[in-house]
Design a protein around this ligand. Structure first.
Ligand code: CU
Length: 337
């Protein structure tokens, strides 16, 4: 027996260091590495609760191991001391857990109330988030801005998200900025986020929502406030109409209507479809289709050839476009800056 314990000690030690290392990593979706005040509130609750759970674990397991060894059966005719009906013991093991849970409960409910509060005031940025199978729509009320898959925010500002769903239940989860919130049809939910520093924060839909659930990622891009204001300004305007000399793009724009793209996609001043993402400023985005593909010519071409082949279950159908049509359409999409 003792030799076995020694054999286990080394892997156990290694595992401990590995876990300790993880807690300090720069993994993109690390919920233990908050980068904003709201995520920090969750973290400041989770860590002490984890500590309390750890203490309870050690006490309970310690008592079990102690009892197993100390009171193990030594001879056949021996039976253990019976404590049934021992009022003192029963009171103790009822009251101690109840007090522990009450303590944890007070702090938990307090944090929930704080996180539930929808911030108000002129400096709060409001964004309407809509979950779709399998992408996110972001609308900035009063700012004439609608975009998809990339949520742009200013740093250091409370961003009040109002979340709704077009189809099934999704869950919005940017782990370094906040916890999770379900996005439910016919219901409005709220979440507040705030990012300390500029950068890209990653996340994903956290509620199984159909075949491409795993292809529905969350991306929050935080900018310095001045840079964010510039982003809003450029996204509020419509795109320039393609230059008449750019015959490829002009042909692409005509195809955009002829092939039915315009009935599913909006392009400010040109098309008003509302099934798929708003494409007005597609070319300002770095990623598309639920943030699973980098936005470049090669990936757009593959997408237009066969969307459901690139993303299982895609609501955008295969439109059987020819390579020439795709070239023209991409030339048009390139003008959507
Ligand atoms: Cu989803």
């Amino acid at each position: 027996m003792p030799t076995n314990w020694r054999k286990l000690a080394l892997p156990a030690l290694a595992l401990t260091f590995l876990l300790a290392g993880c807690a300090n990593s720069s993994l993109p979706q690390d919920a233990l590495d908050p980068e904003g005040p709201f995520a920090r509130k969750v973290h400041n609750l989770a860590m002490p609760v984890f500590g309390i759970a750890g203490i309870v674990f050690v006490i309970v397991e310690g008592l079990i191991v102690y009892s197993v060894i100390r009171f193990r059966r030594r001879s056949d005719d021996e039976s253990p001391l019976q404590v049934h009906g021992n009022a003192k013991a029963e009171l103790a093991w009822t009251i101690a857990p109840a007090l522990t849970l009450a303590l944890v409960g007070i702090f938990t409910v307090g944090t929930i109330i704080q996180l539930d509060r929808v911030p108000k005031g002129a400096d709060v940025l409001k964004v309407n988030v809509t979950g779709h199978q399998w992408w996110w729509e972001y609308e900035y009320p009063g700012k004439q801005v609608v975009t998809a898959n990339e949520l742009h925010i200013p740093t250091g500002v409370d961003v009040a998200l109002t979340l709704r769903s077009k189809d099934v239940i999704h869950s919005f989860w940017p782990p370094k900025l906040a916890g999770k919130i379900d996005v439910i049809p016919n219901r409005e939910n709220h979440m507040t986020i705030n990012a300390d520093k500029p950068g890209t924060y990653y996340g994903q839909c956290a509620e199984f929502c159909g075949i491409s659930h795993a292809n529905m990622r969350v991306r929050v891009v935080a900018h310095e406030p001045a840079e964010f204001a510039a982003w809003v300004k450029s996204n509020a305007a419509g795109p320039a109409t393609p230059d008449a000399a750019d015959t490829e793009a002009v042909a692409g724009q005509a195809l955009f209507r002829a092939k039915g793209c315009a009935s599913c996609h909006a392009v400010k001043g040109f098309a008003a479809g509302a099934v798929g993402p708003d494409l007005t400023h597609l070319r300002q985005r770095e990623v598309f289709a639920g943030a699973i593909f980098d936005l470049n010519e090669k990936n757009l071409r593959r997408w237009l050839r066969n969307p459901p082949g690139e993303k299982p279950g895609s609501i955008m159908p295969n439109l059987n476009l020819t390579e020439e049509e795709i070239t023209s359409l991409i030339a048009y999409l390139d003008t959507l800056k």
